[in-house]
Design a protein around this ligand. Structure first.
Ligand SMILES: [Zn+2]
Length: 427
């Protein structure tokens, strides 16, 4: 089995101090963590990385995005969600093709990797193209074909075929969930049907919930109850559930998310950009709801940078609660790593430990943003901007080294993607 040794790298211990460590990777997993220079180089038959100038962190996990939407970055600015979606995004999406989505997905994945992200949970269409981009790039992903009422039975059949063809594919780096878009685009009967299918296939769902005040009010006007209450009543939950946004919630809905053990995904930049509001994240964390982080798509962010998202989550909660001690660095860091790793991948991701997946990023310890370099603690996540990430390892394979992606020709993909955008949208 292929072995990779990261020698003499700095790793945070339980006390938040850096310890020099050797990390031995075998196949897809971390085989052992030893004190620095303990592991004999001749024990490792394959590649050795000199980690002496690096800090090792678990790869960041982006739990809600629409990765091909990098294609639309800058096309829809300074709008509320409703106008953003109906006046700009839907017309742009009507011209998408398999080829465009493949190139868009590769460019989005390139941005994730450069910024230290080793996993993303995606909901979109032309998902075969996204799966192909995941396969080519070497990243880990949870993929859902987005479904709305208009897709009908045919859409459900396509989602099931996508599940059958891609779940646990690409060396098991791909997991497939079902993606009913939201309670305002899917009727309750359709939501129930999709949820039942996910349960039958023993997989999960990925959905947008209570993103704006307007959608909640419209739903209440129609159904005389709040969306998450209605979902509970039809038995929608009960499987692994990725619930994006969850901005406008009452206490009953928070209690349902807790009792149904849903994973909430906080998208602070997107919620700010589209003026959607502020999710009650500290309250949910206090009530032991697993809360993770996501960038949402690049058209509503405009960056796919999980370091920025961790920073934004912290600042947004601090300013909205007028409490500078809320969501400390350790909590924020767990939201970006360990919590989703525990929830979505059985504790095998989002953490550097023996027998976990070898999803590791190496940060350049002498980066200006880490100065002074003598007092580094986990609070450094507030300072990191993403460009400090030098090396990215996913599933035991080096995907980026010296800031260069090794699995595909990024420049060539970018050139081709720009040509396709020009031809499709700008001619
Ligand atoms: Zn979204």
């Amino acid at each position: 089995m292929n072995q990779l040794l990261i020698q003499n790298v700095s790793l945070f211990d339980r006390n938040d101090s850096l310890q020099k460590t050797d990390i031995l990777i075998e196949g897809n997993y971390i085989k052992s963590l030893n004190p620095a220079n303990f592991t004999q180089s001749n024990q490792c038959k394959d590649e050795i990385i000199d980690g002496s100038n690096f800090i090792a962190l678990p790869g960041l996990m982006n739990c809600h995005t629409h990765i091909p939407m990098v294609l639309f970055r800058g096309f829809a600015e300074d709008l509320n969600l409703n106008d953003w979606l109906t006046k700009k995004i839907f017309p742009l999406e009507s011209k998408l093709s398999e080829e465009l989505v493949l190139y868009g997905a590769l460019m989005g994945i390139a941005e994730l990797i450069h910024n230290g992200c080793t996993f993303f949970a995606d909901m979109y269409f032309f998902m075969e193209s996204v799966a192909k981009a995941v396969d080519i790039s070497g990243i880990r992903a949870n993929l859902s074909l987005g479904l709305i009422d208009q897709n009908g039975e045919d859409g459900i059949r396509k989602a099931e075929t996508f599940f059958n063809n891609y779940h646990l594919s690409s060396q098991q780096r791909i997991h497939v969930f079902f993606g009913p878009h939201a309670p305002y685009t899917c009727n309750l009967q359709y939501l129930k049907q999709i949820s039942n299918l996910a349960k039958k296939l023993k997989t999960g769902i990925h959905i947008h919930l209570n993103e704006t005040e307007k959608e909640v009010k419209d739903f209440e006007d129609q159904h005389h109850k709040r969306p998450i209450v209605a979902l509970e009543e039809i038995g929608f939950f009960g499987q692994t559930s990725i619930c994006a946004h969850c901005v406008h919630l009452d206490q009953k809905e928070i209690s349902i998310l807790k009792s149904e053990n849903a994973l909430v995904v906080h998208n602070p930049s997107s919620n700010m950009k589209l003026g959607s509001g502020i999710a009650p994240i500290p309250s949910m964390i206090n009530q032991q709801i697993p809360v993770s982080l996501g960038t949402d798509g690049a058209a509503s962010n405009n960056q796919l940078n999980m370091f920025k998202e961790m920073h934004m989550a912290s600042l947004l909660s601090k300013v909205s609660s007028k409490d500078g001690s809320i969501l400390p660095a350790d909590t924020i860091f767990k939201m970006g790593t360990e919590t989703p790793g525990q929830y979505l991948l059985n504790g095998k991701a989002g953490i550097i430990k023996e027998n976990a997946f070898a999803d590791i990023i190496l940060i350049n310890q002498s980066s200006p943003s880490l100065f002074p370099n003598v007092i580094i603690s986990k609070s450094m996540i507030h300072s990191l901007q993403g460009n400090e990430v030098d090396t990215v390892i996913i599933n035991g394979r080096i995907i980026m080294k010296g800031h260069r992606i090794l699995t595909f020709d990024e420049k060539e993909i970018q050139k081709k993607a720009n040509q396709l955008i020009q031809k499709t949208y700008l001619c």
